[in-house]
Design a protein around this ligand. Structure first.
Ligand SMILES: Cc1cc2nc3c(=O)[nH]c(=O)nc-3n(C[C@H](O)[C@H](O)[C@H](O)COP(=O)(O)OP(=O)(O)OC[C@H]3O[C@@H](n4cnc5c(N)ncnc54)[C@H](O)[C@@H]3O)c2cc1C
Length: 452
């Protein structure tokens, strides 16, 4: 049945949820219903008006179970939210209902043997501050590190700073276990371990509310930062590939930006003259010395370095990479949008540059896929029409690249392209009424179309 908010007695719901923070103020509802969907002009038109009827902030798993029970009893849609930094409207409630904000479910339970057990609302940067003195840190994090939650990163993210060494979140071994609250007639908590975690990993909260996670960590190095400039992009890209392939140089970020993208980085203007392409790097401090010879080999120039002792001070280069590149560019020119592309080879990058020129400005992020460092990227696109955007996407796909389309809120139409029978089967088991983040999982709404 299609949900109608008017059929619900919201005062009665508030009474049933007494003791759990509930927000009904319209301004707050707007803020807590939306994410960074407006990086996409397509999603901006589709999602800007969507609102929850109520937002709740449970602080314990028991409170999450209570919210789940109320939603099941009254057949109210439930959409989980972390920090709301997702890019594809993942946590925007398409049918209204209750948004469950988990930022206050945020305890760090334990850290032992290089594994941490945490609540989903733990902010990524907050965790690292506590883990680093013990010699550990997250294996990877998005450029939204300071605000994003671990639950949201697992629910909606893919990888980021650290992926050059540890691959992507979906790779086996990057998530050990989760506890998940179901939306069955009597909601319960399930524990998933090993490959079973893939049932809810990157599922946009469509098939369970993650209430606890066991995440393996990385040894924490003393990380330094560097900007290297190049006269031409081809040299910058080759440098990026060679550094990414260099096993003996310890790194966490290899991010390459074609001219004119660096000109969008206001805070970096002192270091990157107009006309240059650049590499933004995070490396173990001990790798800075050998880096110099590699830079010389590609005729680059080290324009800036920040020692590990200054890690918490001044410019944070990570916040110019991954989708922060798009954020900075859009601050200057809001008509820009972006793509997310696996190029796989630098030949493919070159092919796309020759085809699209300045219409698609190349920003590469190197990451490890099945043991090999490959160029992926979040190119900036000078947007004109939806038809042209689709043409650009199809050209990439027809020429050896894979696009994780950031202009759709539907799970399967983004990166995956195919229906995941495992995630569908899990949803059938734990969310029989289809209440979790409705409208996001194609497999579900095609098999169980909503009735009037
Ligand atoms: C400027 C910018 C840069 C970004 N850079 C990156 C990047 O480098 N790498 C990257 O992967 N992403 C990136 N993103 C996307 C986003 O920031 C990340 O995916 C982030 O990890 C999301 O965390 P969040 O807490 O904000 O999650 P939210 O946006 O709140 O949620 C994301 C999804 O996860 C679901 N979810 C949240 N919590 C739970 C839970 N407990 N159980 C089940 N489902 C849950 C939500 O329903 C939603 O579908 C970027 C976004 C922006 C705006």
């Amino acid at each position: 049945m299609t949900f109608t908010a008017a059929s619900i007695n919201w005062d009665a719901i508030a009474t049933e949820l007494a003791g759990i923070e509930a927000i009904a103020d319209p301004n707050q509802l707007t803020k807590l219903s939306l994410d960074y969907y407006d990086f996409s002009p397509i999603l901006a038109a589709q999602l800007g008006h969507k609102r929850a009827n109520l937002v709740v902030r449970p602080t314990t798993e028991a409170e999450v179970l209570r919210v789940a029970q109320v939603c099941v009893n009254h057949r109210i849609p439930l959409t989980v939210r972390g920090a709301g930094t997702g890019n594809y409207g993942q946590c925007i409630p398409l049918d209204g209902g209750i948004v469950v904000d988990l930022t206050k479910l945020n305890a760090i339970h334990w850290l032992k043997g290089g594994v941490a057990c945490v609540d989903p609302g733990v902010r990524l940067a907050t965790f690292d501050k506590q883990a680093r003195p013990q010699g550990w840190e997250w294996r990877m994090y998005p450029s939204t590190y300071r605000t994003a939650t671990i639950g949201g990163f697992i629910g909606g993210g893919s990888g980021g700073i650290g992926s050059i060494t540890y691959g992507q979140l979906r790779d086996r071994g990057n998530l050990h276990a989760v506890r998940v609250v179901t939306l069955e007639d009597t909601p319960r908590v399930l524990e998933l371990r090993g490959d079973a975690v893939q049932q809810v990993n990157h599922a946009y909260g469509t098939n369970g509310i993650i209430t606890q996670l066991e995440v393996p960590l990385a040894p924490a190095y003393d990380w330094a930062e560097a900007i290297v400039t190049f006269d031409d992009f081809a040299a910058a890209a080759q440098f990026g590939q060679t550094l990414s392939d260099a096993d003996a140089l310890i790194k966490k970020l290899v991010s390459i930006h074609a001219d004119p993208i660096p000109q969008y980085f206001a805070a970096l203007q002192t270091y990157i003259p107009a006309g240059k392409s650049c590499a933004l790097l995070i490396l173990a401090e001990s790798s800075l010395a050998p880096l110099q010879d590699l830079v010389a080999e590609f005729n680059g120039a080290i324009a800036y370095t920040k020692p590990a002792t200054d890690a918490q001070k001044g410019i944070n280069l990570a916040e110019f990479t991954w989708n922060h590149t798009t954020l900075h560019a859009r601050a200057v020119d809001p008509t820009l949008t972006y793509l997310q592309t696996f190029f796989f080879t630098l030949e493919n990058v070159d092919k796309m540059i020759r085809e699209f020129g300045d219409e698609v400005m190349v920003h590469l992020e190197f990451l490890r896929v099945n043991g090999k460092a490959i160029p992926a990227g979040l190119q900036l696109v000078r947007y004109s029409t939806p038809e042209r955007l689709n043409e650009i996407i199809h050209y990439h796909e027809a020429n050896g690249c894979a696009i994780a389309n950031p202009h759709t809120y539907i799970l399967e139409d983004g990166g995956r392209k195919v229906i995941d029978p495992v995630q569908l089967a899990f949803k059938e088991q734990v969310d029989p009424y289809g209440l979790l983040n409705p409208g996001k999982m194609r497999a579900w709404f095609e098999k169980y179309p909503p009735t009037a």
